[in-house]
Write a protein of this length. Structure first.
Length: 65
């Protein structure tokens, strides 16, 4: 699959982005850390919910008598 000459004219070019300065990179990293912290919090909350539900099922299935 080779490109023909006329296809080069219609293909959009990819413009390189400028590197972030220190302030921009700090905001970018804080935002990225916020998103990963949200995901970790949700995962832990879900894990605790599942563990609690499993414990409840175990208690109802094998009651202490």
């Amino acid at each position: 699959m080779y490109m023909r000459f006329y296809e080069f004219q219609t293909t959009p070019t990819i413009k390189p982005s400028k590197p972030l300065n220190l302030q921009q990179y700090r905001l970018y990293s804080l935002k990225r850390n916020r998103d990963s912290a949200k995901q970790a919090y949700k995962a832990e909350k879900d894990r605790q919910t599942v563990a609690k539900a499993q414990q409840q099922i175990f208690k109802t299935k094998y009651p202490k008598n």
